[in-house]
Design a protein around this ligand. Structure first.
Ligand SMILES: Cc1ncc(COP(=O)(O)O)c(C=O)c1O
Length: 344
C-alpha cells in the first residue's frame, strides 16, 4: 500500500480483494476482446458497490471528528446515499438525505432500503440532477447548521464522496487490480467503468500512474458531457495526489472518456442499456444496474462493434454495483411481464 494511504484512518466496511472474473461467454457473444469483470458489486456493504471503498476513509474521518449524523445528496435512487446510510448505521450514526427527484421516487430499490434503515429522506423537485453537487450542497450546509443548533455534530458528505479522501479508496483498488492481474498472469490494456462524479475513475488513473502500470482507464459518462467529465477527473486526481503527497499529476489529454451513452439524461434508461443488462445476465449470470454499469456496458459493446477493442485486447470491466436500482426500474427492465401457466 502507498505509505501515505496506510497512515490515514480507515474503517473496515467491505471484503477485499473483490473477485476478478473471466467473462468467457460474454466475450464470445461479442466476438470481442477478452473481458474480465472486477466484481466490486461484491464488496459486501448493503448489496455492494464502488462507494464502499470511498466510505472506509470518509467515515473513518467522520468517526475521528466525533460525528453523530451524516448528510448527503444524490438522486432518489442514489446508491451512494444507501451505502453511506448503511455504513452510518454500522457506526452508530444517523443519516439525513436531501435527494433530487429522479426517475423513480416510489419506495422501491434504494428508497425501500432507506425505509428499512430509517434514514431521514427529503426528496426535492429540482430541474437538473447535477444540482446534487451545487444547490443541494448549500441546502445540506443549512441543514447541518440547524442540526448543530440542536446539539448534534453533523458532517456534510458531498454526493458520491467524490472528494480527495474518497478517491483514496480507489487508488488502493488500482493496486489491488494490478496485483490480481499479475497473480493471474493477465496482460490487460484497458479498464472500462462508468463515470458519475468521476471519483472512481480518478482513483484508478492516479493509482495506475503512481504504480507505473500501463493500463488505460476508459470512463463512460452517465451524466456529464465530455469536457466537464474530464475536468472532474483531472481535478480529483490532482487534489488526491496532493492529499497523499504523491508526485503525480495528469492533464486532460491523459483522460479517456466517452459521453455517447448517456441517452436522454442521467437515470433515464436507454434501449442499449436494457440490452446490455440482459445480455450480461444471460451470458454470465451477473446483474448490472440501469443507471451506471448498464450504460457503461452498452458503451463497451458499442466500442467493440466500432473496432475500438478487438480480439487482441484484454479489457477489465469494473462492476461498480447499483443492484437495488434494478428493482426500482422493473417496469423498464421486464420484457416478459405476463405470467402464464406455460413458459413465456
Ligand atoms: C453503481 C455506481 N457505479 C458508478 C458510480 C459512479 O461513481 P463515481 O461518482 O466515482 O464516478 C456510482 C455513483 O454514484 C454508482 O452508484
Amino acid at each position: 500500500m502507498i505509505p501515505s494511504i496506510a497512515k490515514l484512518p480507515r474503517v473496515s466496511l467491505g471484503n477485499y480483494p473483490t473477485p476478478l472474473m473471466e467473462a468467457r461467454r460474454l466475450s464470445a457473444a461479442l466476438s470481442g476482446p477478452r473481458i474480465i469483470i472486477k466484481r466490486d458489486d461484491l464488496t459486501g456493504l448493503a448489496l455492494g458497490g464502488n462507494k464502499c471503498r470511498k466510505l472506509e476513509f470518509v467515515m473513518a474521518d467522520a468517526q475521528q471528528k466525533g460525528v453523530d449524523t451524516v448528510i448527503t445528496s444524490g438522486s432518489s435512487q442514489s446508491n451512494f446515499a444507501l451505502q453511506m446510510a448503511a455504513a452510518a448505521r454500522k457506526l452508530g450514526m444517523e443519516t439525513y438525505l436531501l435527494l433530487v427527484k429522479g426517475v423513480h421516487v416510489e419506495k422501491q430499490g434504494n428508497l425501500l432500503l432507506h425505509d428499512i434503515l430509517n434514514s431521514a429522506v427529503n426528496i426535492l423537485d429540482v430541474a437538473d440532477p447535477s444540482e446534487m453537487f451545487t444547490t443541494m450542497l448549500k441546502k445540506m450546509n443549512e441543514l447541518a447548521d440547524e442540526l448543530r443548533s440542536k446539539g448534534r455534530n453533523p458532517l456534510v458528505i458531498p454526493a458520491g464522496a467524490d472528494i480527495p479522501l474518497g478517491i483514496v479508496g480507489w487508488v488502493n483498488a488500482a493496486e489491488e487490480i494490478g496485483q490480481q492481474l499479475k497473480d493471474q498472469k493477465i496482460g490487460a490494456q484497458y479498464v472500462v467503468l462508468p463515470h458519475g462524479g468521476g471519483g472512481t475513475q480518478a482513483g484508478l488513473v492516479l493509482g495506475f500512474k503512481q504504480l507505473k502500470l500501463p493500463l488505460n482507464v476508459v470512463g463512460i459518462s452517465v451524466m456529464s458531457k465530455k469536457g466537464k467529465a474530464i475536468d472532474e477527473v483531472v481535478t480529483l486526481v490532482n487534489e488526491a495526489a496532493k492529499l497523499l503527497a504523491l508526485d503525480v499529476a495528469v492533464t486532460p489529454d491523459e483522460v479517456t472518456l466517452y459521453d455517447d451513452y448517456i441517452g436522454q439524461g442521467y437515470g433515464i434508461i436507454t434501449d442499449d442499456c436494457i440490452e446490455a443488462i440482459r445480455l450480461v445476465a444471460q451470458m454470465e449470470g451477473i446483474f448490472l444496474d440501469p443507471v451506471y454499469t448498464g450504460k457503461a456496458m452498452a458503451g463497451l459493446i458499442d466500442l467493440i462493434h466500432k473496432g475500438q477493442f478487438t480480439s487482441k485486447d484484454t479489457v477489465v470491466f469494473v462492476h461498480t454495483g447499483g443492484l437495488p436500482a434494478v428493482f426500482a426500474y422493473h417496469q423498464e427492465l421486464a420484457i416478459h411481464t405476463k405470467l402464464s401457466r406455460g413458459f413465456s
